[in-house]
Design a protein around this ligand. Structure first.
Ligand SMILES: [Zn+2]
Length: 337
């Protein structure tokens, strides 16, 4: 038994958007190191691997890892294969790399760890291919009976063209991007197409990353009462030293912008579990997986920065004091060491 009075005991935190194919892809970071810092017990890799290199991800990273890793499989054959400070080639730009049949076969053979299909569209990731990679990925996701997670960056395609294609249960990540391809219109209202998508069950995920989260957009969305369904870090090699850092920092930003604590916790537990269709991961009820995260909220003055370089001073900071995985204390630190 441990005394956790004065702390928040949450279901094990889920980070719905990470890149943890360490060593196999240039953007991959070490999952265990990241999860220790973040209080995360389940991290979802989103498209680092495609059908051409998923076997190595499974054997060399997912299976030996102490924390649970689940994956959206990229529809592009080798996943995100050329993402670094010096070499940047979009894996959705060359349509010959699109591998829907191979993705369906690999997803079906790895149902225990593959929970969806991933695609990236936007000028940086798909060049001038527009929505073609998304349409191909949607076919693969439908065939496999899985949700899709779609990344969006600069146009083309437009936010509107992307979001109106998504089906109930699909996830739009980088949903609170800065302009261009922001979910807000120039008057600061949530675009109609975004509201309609939410009404039909499309999920809006943060995916902070290096270029995908702006305080200005988040303030506008929260002012409209539009909370993200899930808050995720999109941590990778180019944003782990800032501006994303880790999951507790990403969550703290929303706390400081005024999102209620219980909603912030839900966005990294129960809501994420629903996006994964793994409700047992977001719960502390008997019969769930036995993952828990102990958190505390520090008060003070803390500096936070977004992807366009805006700084805010927040009055709170969420920290992880340790986690239990499958009923066992994995990582005591902070108040418990
Ligand atoms: Zn990402």
């Amino acid at each position: 038994m441990r005394d956790v009075s004065g702390h928040i005991v949450a279901p094990g935190l889920i980070d719905l958007h990470t890149h943890v194919y360490w060593g196999g892809t240039s953007l991959g970071i070490d999952a265990e190191e990241f999860c220790r810092k973040s209080g995360v017990t389940t991290c979802i890799d989103t498209g680092s691997a495609g059908p051409g290199n998923f076997a190595g991800f499974r054997r060399h990273v997912i299976e030996p890892c102490a924390v649970r890793i689940l994956a959206y499989l990229h529809v592009s054959f080798a996943g995100i294969y050329a993402f670094s400070r010096t070499v940047m080639v979009g894996e959705s730009e060359e349509l010959r790399l699109m591998a829907p049949a191979e993705a369906v076969a690999v997803a079906e053979a790895n149902r225990d760890v593959i929970i969806g299909i991933k695609v990236r569209v936007g000028r940086n990731s798909s060049g001038t291919s527009g929505t073609a990679p998304l349409d191909i990925a949607l076919q693969a996701a439908s065939e496999a009976g899985l949700p899709l997670m779609c990344h969006i960056d600069f146009p083309p395609p437009s936010y509107e063209d992307v979001v109106e294609r998504l089906r109930p249960g699909d996830v739009l990540t980088h949903a609170f991007r800065p302009f261009p391809n922001s979910p807000l219109d120039p008057q600061g209202r949530v675009k109609d197409v975004v509201r309609r998508a939410r009404e039909r069950g499309v999920r809006f995920d943060i995916g902070h990353g290096k270029g995908s989260f702006a305080f200005k957009t988040a303030r506008g969305m929260l002012a409209n009462g539009f909370y993200p369904d899930t808050i995720s870090s999109d941590v990778h090699a180019l944003c782990i030293d800032g501006p994303a850092f880790d999951q507790v920092t990403t969550l703290s930003k929303f706390l400081c912008l005024g999102m209620p604590l219980d909603e912030v916790i839900a966005a990294t537990t129960v809501n994420a579990a629903m996006a994964l269709k793994r409700p047992e991961l977001g719960s502390l009820k008997p019969g769930s997986v036995g993952d828990a995260t102990v958190l505390s909220i520090r008060e003070g003055r803390f500096d936070y920065v977004d992807v366009v370089g805006e700084h805010i001073t927040g009055d709170r900071r969420m920290v992880s004091d340790g986690v239990a995985i499958a009923g066992k204390w994995w990582h005591p630190h902070g108040a418990f060491t």
